[in-house]
Ligand binder design. Structure first.
Ligand SMILES: Cc1cc2nc3c(=O)[nH]c(=O)nc-3n(C[C@H](O)[C@H](O)[C@H](O)COP(=O)(O)O)c2cc1C
Length: 375
């Protein structure tokens, strides 16, 4: 299953695991794939701690870091992070803050211990993502950077490539993939609309081959809907250079997740997910809930743009994750995941997921090969 991209990254199998959990990064990289740590929710200080831990535990294996610099967002410009946050708060209606807090209180989700009701701007802008990127680039074993939600700015592409690392970005449309290639990115992650987190509306089986055709020799990593080796075989048959997975790692043994949240995910069917703007301001696939319903009604506030909606809801993200099993928390919890969650029904270790994917992949390829006429 190895290919040129594997050789370039120093990995055995082109299986990429996007995760917010450092233990998953380490376990997947040790099992021959590559863990990619999602950095958007960390402050630069927290990211430093996470990367210190990864460096201590990962041995000689490589890993990646994912940041979020959207193509477009409210308040875009050259302000410092502090100035921007001040300006952005002026654009947040009190009605939205009150509505979010009421939904959490009605579901019995405990308040945050220090009484704060927001985590602030987080890493959702160029200004706040840059210190995260700079921290990642101090780590020799961080061999790749990925960006969500748009082509990274030219100075960031140069910075990463000049450091000898690869940089790529996610996309859900052919024209975004072409823009990534034209900007000189080293790889493109093509995420179909069934994928977890921010997702467009074109399905993977339609999107992947179109993007492969459009970007030629730039490697395409297939994302959205991969939970077993048969799905990896399908992606590779369509020209993918690897499988980029997210939902698969939400419920593994190594994931730091409260039991109630893990159970919500394990019990969910594919039909239980929805694309909603209610948490981040951009369409994000997640478990449907009273929260997603509430923000969708005609008589309730319209979700704001990114990053304003995230400033309103960040308190809900941390509270519903921390107090996942308290009160009726799961009815309003932030549970981003893709439709593939319907085929993830039991907790596995990262190592056993990796072995399973490889076994299933080989079986699927052999089965397809056996249908060829014998010469
Ligand atoms: C909980 C969750 C959070 C995500 N957050 C990010 C993110 O911060 N940055 C990013 O590039 N992709 C993010 N994604 C998307 C994943 O990188 C990946 O493309 C997606 O999960 C693939 O689809 P799948 O869920 O069907 O495997 C997230 C996905 C999930 C499930």
């Amino acid at each position: 299953m190895s290919n040129a991209l594997c050789e370039r990254l120093g990995i055995e199998f082109p299986i990429f695991a996007f995760t917010h959990c450092r233990d998953v990064v380490v376990a997947v990289s040790k099992a021959g794939g590559i863990g990619v740590l999602g950095a958007v929710g960390f402050s630069p200080e927290q990211l430093k701690e996470e990367l210190d831990w990864i460096d201590e535990h990962i041995g000689d294996k490589p890993y990646g870091v994912d940041i979020v610099i959207p193509q477009k967002y409210e308040g875009m410009g050259s302000m410092s992070a502090e100035e921007m946050e001040k300006e952005l708060w002026k654009m947040v209606p009190q009605e939205h803050l009150d509505f979010a807090q009421k939904l959490l209180a009605d579901a019995g989700v405990p308040a945050w211990p220090d009484g704060t009701t927001t985590m602030g701007l987080m890493g959702w802008t160029d200004a706040t993502a840059t210190p995260l990127l700079e921290e990642a680039l101090t780590r020799p074993q961080c061999v790749m950077i990925a960006n969500a939600l748009g082509t990274p700015p030219a100075d960031k592409i140069k910075l990463v490539q000049n450091s000898g690392r690869l940089i790529g970005a996610l996309c859900g449309r052919v024209k975004q993939a072409v823009a990534h290639k034209e900007a000189g990115l080293d790889f493109v992650v093509a995420q179909g609309g069934e994928g977890g987190g921010h997702a467009g509306d074109v399905g993977s089986v339609v999107l992947w081959p179109q993007i492969v055709d459009a970007i030629g020799d730039t490697p395409m990593l297939a994302a959205g809907g991969i939970g077993n080796g048969r799905q990896i075989a399908a992606a590779m048959a369509m020209g993918a250079a690897g499988a980029w997975t997210g939902s698969l790692w939400l419920t593994v043994e190594e994931a730091h997740v409260e039991e109630a949240q893990r159970q919500s995910l394990l019990n969910a069917s594919s039909e239980d997910t929805i694309r909603s703007r209610s948490w981040t301001g951009k369409t994000c696939r997640m478990l449907k809930s009273e929260w997603t319903d509430a923000w969708d009604r005609a008589d309730t506030p319209e979700p704001l743009g990114m990053p304003l909606q995230g400033m309103v809801t960040s308190d809900g993200m941390r509270r519903t994750h921390t107090y996942a099993g308290v009160g009726d928390c799961q009815s309003v919890a932030f549970n981003p995941c893709g439709q593939v969650i319907g085929q993830i029904n039991e907790m596995e270790s990262c190592r056993s997921v990796m072995f399973r994917l490889l076994d299933e992949y080989v079986d699927a390829v052999e089965k397809a090969g056996s249908m060829l006429p014998k010469v």
